[in-house]
Design a protein around this ligand. Structure first.
Ligand code: SAH
Length: 253
C-alpha cells in the first residue's frame, strides 16, 4: 500500500497524527528532501528504508515504489506541505494506476496556511477579499498566459505566490501591470513554521529589495493584498443581530 503524505510546512509537530502514524509504521519512505524537515524521519523504525527524492527521477521513484510494493511493504511518499499544491503527485498516481497499484493521500498543512499563521492573517476578510489565488511566476515550468500574475492581480483578491522568490522584480512589475498600487501591502514569509522563519512586511514595489536586505533567496511565499492591513467589515456569523442555524439573532429595540 502506498500513501502520499503531506509533511506539513516545516515544524516537525505540524504533520497530522495520521501522517505521523504512517511514518512510524512504514517499511519504506521516499521523502522530498529539498523541503521536508529531515527531523520527521526520526519517527521511522530502524529497519525502514529511506530515499531522498530530490536526487531521483520519476522513473527512479517508481522503481523503488514498485519494488517495495512487490515485497508487500508499507510505503510512504512524503511531500512537503500538502501534496495537492505543486506536489507532482498526479504523474506518480498515473504510473501507479498503470501498474494496478492502489494508493491513498493523507493531507498536510500547506505552507500557505503556515504563512498565514506567521502573519496572524486572515486571507478572506469581509469587505476586502473573499478569494485566495494560489499561483506562481512562470519559471522552467510555464504558466498559461490566461493565468498571468497581472490577470489575477486585476481582481484584487488575496494572492499567495509560490516558487517565485528568485523573480521578485518581475513579480512586482506584473502585480503593478495588473492594477496593484506600488504601495499596496505585501509580505514575504521565509520558511514558515521552521525555527529560522522570517516574516517581512513591505509593499508591492519593495519585494525584491526587502528580500535582498534579509538575505531571502528561496523557500518563501509572497502574500499580496489589502487583507494584510487596513479596514474590513465584521463577520455576519458572529454579529449579534444575525440569525444562524445555531443561534437566534437579537434585535435592537
Ligand atoms: N506542497 C507544498 C508546496 C511545494 S512547492 C505546500 O503545500 O506548501 C515549493 C514552494 O513552496 C517553495 O518554493 C516555496 O515557495 C513554498 N514553500 C514550501 N514550504 C514553505 C515554507 N515553510 N515557508 C514558505 N514557503 C514555503
Amino acid at each position: 500500500m502506498i500513501t502520499f503524505v503531506g509533511a506539513g510546512p516545516g515544524a516537525e509537530d505540524l504533520i497530522t497524527v495520521r501522517g505521523q502514524n504512517l511514518l512510524k509504521e512504514a517499511d519504506l519512505v521516499i521523502y522530498a528532501g529539498s523541503l521536508v524537515n529531515p527531523g520527521l524521519l526520526s519517527l521511522c523504525r530502524k529497519e525502514c528504508r529511506v530515499y531522498n527524492s530530490a536526487e531521483m527521477t520519476l522513473e527512479e521513484v517508481m522503481e523503488v515504489m514498485l519494488d517495495g510494493e512487490k515485497k508487500g511493504q508499507k510505503i510512504v511518499r512524503l511531500h512537503t506541505g500538502d501534496p495537492c499544491i505543486y506536489g507532482a503527485i498526479r504523474e506518480q498516481m498515473d504510473e501507479l494506476d498503470r501498474h494496478g497499484i492502489s494508493y491513498e493521500v493523507c493531507p498536510g498543512v500547506s505552507s500557505f496556511c503556515g504563512a498565514a499563521a506567521a502573519l496572524n492573517a486572515e486571507y478572506t476578510l469581509p469587505g476586502v477579499s473573499q478569494s485566495v489565488v494560489i499561483t506562481r511566476m512562470a519559471g522552467r515550468t510555464p504558466v498559461p498566459e490566461r493565468e498571468s500574475i497581472a490577470s489575477f492581480a486585476a481582481h484584487h483578491a488575496t494572492m499567495v505566490i509560490f516558487l517565485s522568490t528568485g523573480m521578485l522584480k518581475e513579480l512586482s512589475a506584473e502585480l503593478i501591470r495588473g492594477g496593484y498600487e506600488p504601495s499596496a501591502p505585501a509580505s514575504i514569509v521565509y520558511k514558515a513554521t521552521w525555527p529560522e522563519e522570517k516574516v517581512l512586511r513591505c509593499t508591492v514595489e519593495k519585494l525584491a529589495e526587502t528580500a535582498e536586505a534579509a538575505g531571502v533567496k528561496k523557500t518563501a511565499l509572497i502574500i499580496v493584498g489589502e487583507v494584510l492591513e487596513g479596514e474590513y467589515e465584521r463577520s455576519k456569523l458572529y454579529d449579534p443581530s444575525f440569525t444562524t442555524e445555531f443561534r437566534k439573532g437579537k434585535t435592537n429595540e
